[in-house]
Ligand binder design. Structure first.
Ligand SMILES: Nc1ncnc2c1ncn2[C@@H]1O[C@H](COP(=O)(O)OP(=O)(O)OP(=O)(O)O)[C@@H](O)[C@H]1O
Ligand SMILES: [Mg+2]
Length: 359
């Protein structure tokens, strides 16, 4: 079972509407309550910066800046990494971010991503599984990166080479060595990307299938790709080479892991998620996220943090209870926002409650 990782201390300074906010917590999960607009989601956004440079709202550093202060925003985290504590600081510096870990300035995000792992479910994601194939694939990729540390790195390398190859083809620079070296980078990484996607899907599907019958509706996950898991990088590279002419005419990449199709079905009924009711769609999405966190806790040594923004309003009483019990049993620090503390009823002792007030 995974080691518990958690935020012990959180301090926001000039971050969105929080000119100054400080919280000491334990390893318990946290429920942030308060009226609409008081700043609950902004706290989760600050935490999400531990996993993604532009956070869960994909915002720029300047958007996070408190509109009423000229002093740059900073977020400090006292983070227990399973063994000891890290002091992490993220701050706005012009339009970029500075990252400091244990007093040392970092040149990029990689050290941070190695320490912390965060996954979230926010209202903006409600329709993610119904939206375009590329958005669905991005959702899957986020889950894969939760399990595979070098996934994002592989994906960035693949994307960079793909972008450069498209540029050469568009500008009709048909330099054989240059093109084939880019295609080689694409091929090697594409094969790894597909293998990692398939391996995580198998692990996740196993976890979903083993959830109790009391759990949320279960999803069947399917990925179809132009590649198979046994295809080699050489095979992929040959496909890229033979499609150069077509790709230069269409401006697209005919053979590509970005064309992979990720689909979600309601298990047992075998209907795709887009034919499910709105409530069922939300339950399936939550079911996938919770199962991902659980799978990650079972198969990896460090539990991620889970952020659930405004989740209770979607759920009836039965599913509220299922969610709370699941969160408590997964044993990862979960941050939940809600307008109403009463939704946690008899479980109140198991959470740390923070009630925000307008200042
Ligand atoms: N850069 C900023 N500077 C100052 N205030 C901001 C900034 N960005 C957002 N806000 C304000 O922060 C407030 C709190 O937003 P937040 O989304 O966190 O509220 P919330 O408590 O989650 O509300 P709800 O219950 O409606 O979801 C909003 O009133 C918003 O206008
Ligand atoms: Mg909110």
């Amino acid at each position: 079972m995974a080691t518990h990782c958690y935020i012990k201390k959180l301090q926001l300074h000039n971050f969105r509407n929080h000119s100054s906010f400080e919280l000491d917590s334990s390893d318990n999960s946290v429920v942030v309550t308060g009226k609409n607009g008081v700043g609950k989601t902004n706290i989760l956004e600050a935490i999400s910066l531990l996993a993604k440079s532009n956070g869960m709202k994909k915002a720029k550093a300047s958007e996070m800046q408190n509109k009423f202060s000229n002093e740059n925003w900073t977020v400090h985290y006292g983070f227990f990494n399973g063994v000891d504590f890290n002091s992490i600081g993220i701050a706005k510096n012009f339009n970029k971010k500075l990252i400091q870990i244990d007093g040392k300035m970092q040149s990029g995000y990689s050290s941070l991503y190695r320490i912390s792992n965060v996954i979230w479910l926010i209202p903006q994601m409600d329709y993610i599984l119904l939206s375009s194939p590329s958005d669905r694939l991005k959702f899957l990729d986020r889950i894969v990166s939760l399990f595979k540390e070098n996934y994002t790195y592989c994906y960035m390398k693949y994307r960079k080479a793909k972008h450069e190859r498209s540029k050469l083809l568009r500008e009709n620079i048909l330099d054989e060595n240059w093109l084939s070296s880019l295609e080689n980078v694409m091929a090697v990484n594409a094969v790894n990307i597909l293998r990692m996607r398939l391996s995580v899907l198998t692990t996740l599907q196993d976890t979903i299938d083993n959830q109790s019958t009391e759990f949320f509706p279960k999803a069947s996950l399917k990925l179809s790709s132009q590649l198979t898991s046994s295809d080699t990088a050489e095979y992929f590279q040959n496909r890229l080479e033979e499609n150069r002419e077509k790709d230069s005419l269409t401006g697209r990449v005919t053979f590509c892991v970005n064309n992979d199709k990720f689909q979600v079905f309601y298990q047992g009924r075998d209907i795709p998620i887009n034919l499910c009711s709105t409530g069922e769609q939300k339950l399936l999405l939550l079911s996938i996220i919770l199962s991902s966190v659980k799978a990650r806790c079972i198969h990896h040594n460090k539990a991620p943090l889970l952020l659930l923004d405004d989740i209770m309003s979607h759920l009836d009483e039965h599913y509220r209870r299922v969610l709370i019990e699941e969160v408590l049993s997964i044993q990862c620090q979960t941050w939940i926002t809600d307008v109403d503390q009463n939704n946690f009823g008899s479980y109140a002792d198991s959470f740390r409650f923070i009630e925000l007030q307008y200042i």
